[in-house]
Design a protein around this ligand. Structure first.
Ligand code: AMP
Length: 586
């Protein structure tokens, strides 16, 4: 079934539910830009946003035959920009569950999500209408109604006043699908109360303000792009400038624009000068690509770019979603006249959980910092199952105890959609009667760092710091009775000049249980001839205990990563080390 855009409700009620996100938007300066399209410089203000959301909400409801959308799933395929923002908020305004889809997904993946979520609507922009039609033509077990949105919702009639009424959130929320490295993707249900708690926690920790302008280069079907990069800045009244898909040269061009000597003259002829970008939150691979592309810019552009990312202009540059290699952090600091990347840790199910602090001293190499405001975190010893209390971080043998990170509080997701078994499996009841803990599956150690955690303006950033060792299922390698953190070995490998990229994996072994395997991309600038396993061992000898040094190594041209720069290690080990599985090293 299809509902055409021209049948939009003429008599919009222009009331929206009194939810915190709408209250916040209504309270921001109406003239202040909420969204900017970077290339065209089109600007959409806070003052018009709610009217557009209200109209789009009416369209959704009408497409649904006027029936209540409360708690229904509204899947949508819309490009990064103002129309995406309006569609997401319109679903929330209808008290529905917004399900953002990636236009890059193949039809089979989209079909799975539509079926699993039992979507009532599939909303598409004009650009993705044919993709939507293609998915709807597949063998769906659900029967979503297709709504094609009009182009340019920012031109959707003169904006009128919008009133906020009933504060009942109903079933409003958002659902994101996990990357599904082992099983099929799971729908992670994030009610609006959870989204609000996540955003409020980040506003407190990272000081988002209306003066901030974020350059948004991430996909919009992940927690990083949606919560950190969009909902939180909207709640804070910041400006989100979209520039997607990521292109390193284009990003440098944009960042540098306000600092080029020609900027003033060009702006006089061409419109207002581009405002400087103050806030950037991306994944480590983006920093890595920016660092290599910077070298090929013209000298004038290089200098303007360095100025753009220096601490006095870019007030916060954040890295997360995967471990930040120390060489990237150092190289960024050098390039940016001293800007230290802030690393944080999070996941789809919990939003952001741990973060380093705003003062540079609180951005400790290899650490993801402390539990964010309102997040409760604990470490549960992977061997004994005991909670590792503060002060008990060292075991009787003097070694650091590693534990699974468990989390609770208002920022944690509600459930895996229509999957009570998976939900039950990932939570454990708290002994104190104060609620259940989510088992992240990530392992960490906690370590006091005396010079960090002294900033009295950030009281949450205090105490021993967390250092991620990796996912229990893929990164904790059990070899000959010892446990090895793949992330720790990767860090050391990446600090060698010969290595451009590294993934450390568990290779099944009859003799050792598992062997430590390294998949490497070499840096041609530093390796002229061959680089052998012997060279690797020699280079690591003084950096790592013997049992941590990879026993097997493969050189590849490229390590496949997803849109967020993550490596699927289960696939990688099969693809690269299949022939090693039953052999043993001597
Ligand atoms: P996703 O739910 O796709 O965002 O993936 C979350 C996973 O990414 C976590 O469970 C961690 O394994 C990993 N991750 C996120 N941030 C970091 C970080 N700063 N360092 C290491 N791993 C991270």
């Amino acid at each position: 079934m299809s509902s055409s855009s021209s049948s939009a409700a003429a008599s919009s009620s222009s009331t929206l539910p009194r939810l915190p996100i709408f209250e916040a938007i209504a309270s921001h300066d109406p003239a202040s830009p909420a969204v900017v399209h970077s290339l065209s410089r089109r600007t959409f203000t806070y003052g018009n946003l709610l009217a557009h959301v209200s109209r789009a909400r009416d369209r959704l409801q009408q497409a649904h035959g006027g029936a209540d959308l409360n708690g229904q799933r509204v899947a949508f395929l819309v490009e990064n920009g103002y129309d995406y923002v309006v569609t997401l908020l319109a679903a929330v305004a209808a008290r529905a569950i917004a399900v953002p889809l990636s236009p890059a997904f193949p039809a089979s993946e989209l079909q799975y999500i539509l079926n699993q979520s039992e979507a009532s609507l599939l909303v598409s922009s004009a650009k993705f209408a044919s993709k939507a039609t293609q998915v709807l033509a597949t063998d769906l077990t659900s029967s979503p109604i297709h709504l094609e949105l009009p182009k340019h919702m920012g031109d959707d009639g003169p904006p009128g006043p919008v009133h906020l009424d009933d504060a009942n959130p109903g079933g409003a929320g958002m659902m994101l699908y996990t990357s599904g490295t082992t099983n099929r993707p799971k729908g992670v249900l994030l009610p609006q109360s959870v989204l609000t708690a996540q955003s409020q926690s980040l506003i407190q920790a990272w000081d988002y303000t209306p003066a901030d302008r974020l350059l948004h280069v991430l996909p919009l079907h992940h927690i990083h792009g949606t919560v950190n990069g969009l909902l939180t800045p909207l709640l804070a009244g910041s400006t989100v400038e979209f520039m997607f898909p990521f292109n390193a040269d284009a990003v440098w061009g944009r960042l540098a624009a306000p600092f080029l000597p020609a900027a003033a003259a060009a702006a006089a002829a061409d419109g207002p000068p581009a405002d400087k970008i103050t806030f950037f939150t991306v994944v480590p691979t983006v920093y890595s690509r920016l660092l290599s592309s910077h070298k090929s810019l013209s000298p004038e552009m290089q200098e303007a770019a360095r100025k753009a990312v220096s601490p006095e202009n870019m007030r916060l540059a954040i890295s997360g979603s995967a471990a930040l290699p120390t060489p990237i952090k150092r190289a960024w600091k050098d390039l940016s006249h001293g800007n230290v990347l802030l690393e944080r840790y999070g996941m789809t199910e919990v939003g952001m959980a741990l973060s380093c602090g705003l003062s540079f001293a609180d951005r400790v190499d290899a650490s993801v910092g402390w539990p964010l405001p309102s997040v409760q975190a604990r470490l549960v010893d992977v061997d004994s199952g005991e909670v590792i209390q503060e002060g008990e971080e060292l075991g009787p043998d003097g070694r650091e105890r590693s534990g699974e990170i468990q989390l609770r509080g208002p920022t944690i997701f509600k459930e895996y959609w229509r999957n009570p078994e998976a939900t039950a499996k990932e939570f454990v009841e708290g002994e104190d009667g104060n609620g259940r803990w989510f088992k992240t599956g990530d392992v960490a150690v906690r370590r006091p760092v005396p010079e960090a955690g002294q900033n009295s303006a950030q009281p949450w950033a205090h105490g021993p710091m967390y250092f991620i060792q990796g996912r229990k299922s893929a990164d904790i390698i059990k070899t000959g009775g010892e446990k090895v953190s793949a992330l720790e070995v990767e860090r050391e490998l990446l600090s060698l000049p010969q290595i451009a990229e590294a993934a450390v994996v568990a290779v099944p072994s009859g003799k050792w249980g598992q062997k430590v395997g390294a998949v490497l991309v070499l840096d041609p600038e530093h390796v002229k001839g061959k680089w052998t396993p012997m060279d690797m061992r020699r280079a690591l000898r003084d950096r790592l205990a013997n049992y941590k040094i990879p026993q097997v190594m493969k050189i590849v041209d490229d390590i496949p990563r997803n849109a967020m720069g993550k490596i699927n290690k289960k696939q990688l080990v099969k693809a690269v080390f299949a022939d090693e599985f039953s052999e043993d090293e001597v």
